[in-house]
Design a protein around this ligand. Sequence first.
Ligand code: NAD
Length: 422
Amino acid sequence: MKKENPGQAENTLMATRNLIREAVERLGLPPVVYDYLKDPARFVEVSIPVEMDDGSIRLFTGYRSQHNNALGPYKGGIRFHPESDPDEVKALSMWMTLKCALIGIPFGGGKGAVVCEPRQLSMKEKERLSRGYIRALAGVLGPEIDIPAPDMYTDAQVMAWMADEYARIMQKSALGVVTGKPLLVGGSVGREEATSRGVLFAAREAVRVSGISLQNCRVAVQGAGNVGGYAALLLHEAGAKIVAISDSRAGVYNPEGLDAGAVMKHKKATGSLAGFPGAEEITNEQLLTIDCDILIPAARENQITAANAAAVKARIVVEGANGPTTPEADQILKEKGVLLVPDVLANSGGVTVSYFEWVQNNYGYYWDAETVNKCLEEKMVDAFHKIYNFTRENSGHLHMRSGAYMYAIRKIADAMQSRGWF
Ligand code: NAD
């Protein structure tokens, strides 16, 4: 399959390694800390045979990257995407290690992917692929080893198949093997919208420290999937004005504000945002540079680049997606004085409630929505201010990405040292 942007994942991985090296050096840690963190501890590539509906057998490539488990079992989503490749999965697993350290949950970092075009698979084919992924990797997964979750184009249904396949192989119920499951099979209330609720809390605190109010703040959201869709809804409910939303095919814009609920209903009914009444159609490129106060890239990597960063009008960028800003764009936004809440902090609400789900599975006792959302809010608010203050104290400016890396790496290095790894 031809890639849209060959070499991009390699650049993302290199950029992540550079940020890690910079943090290790600024913290004065021994170089071996960088050696531990520049590559996953284990990377597995598997071939997954799947019987297609026409009776033929197709082989799909699957990956699992287990980056670092100094703070606890590896943890991270699985994405189904035609452009996934080893470098992308490795970078994503590194971000998971940082995320769990930042938000303060006892997990390390992992990530997985299957190279496929999910929209071309029937439900039955998707089920056989999900089960095949677990059969191929069961030996390196487990509630105390490595715990996957949903990511792009995987959802609660995929997690249910995966949990069921693992239980069949192990001949026992082991619900904590994956998170993001449906409620009836060990899921947690609030997990589906947890990443977006975390984005809401991150945006709210960013607005607060900027001395403005969320009420009537103009927000543009790129991506109308799990993260972007719920983020638009929750911010709309919280009183912000959603002026633009886009997905991979189209974008809609109304400077007076969109009814995010109605937009998402329209997408559900028609499969696209295009044709939403009372809104102007815009491209993804236009969305990123639209006149707004908060920009939430919530689709995929490398969207804010050297080519468009100078034209970004938002004064706050909250990274709902993983890696949406390239290093060159990062620098441009920094020079413009944009307050950027980095992915490793902004979208850590998902893994936080995944942790709550795992705790509930282990206890066999389930919380109500109020408890889940309150615990999530506490964790997000606490982490936001810790990183914001740490950044101001240590680097004297508002660029939170380096502050977040330094804060997380110090914690991971302390854990590795306590374990006697160096
Ligand atoms: P999803 O598959 O539910 O949605 C992705 C959305 O992005 C879709 O609406 C798709 O149309 C849109 N999209 C894809 N390419 C696009 C493009 N070039 N321009 C505009 N829109 C585009 O995925 P998701 O779970 O919402 O994940 C989105 C991002 O958030 C990913 O980077 C993912 O790694 C990250 N993330 C997800 C979670 C989670 O809990 N789901 C947690 C943390 C981070």
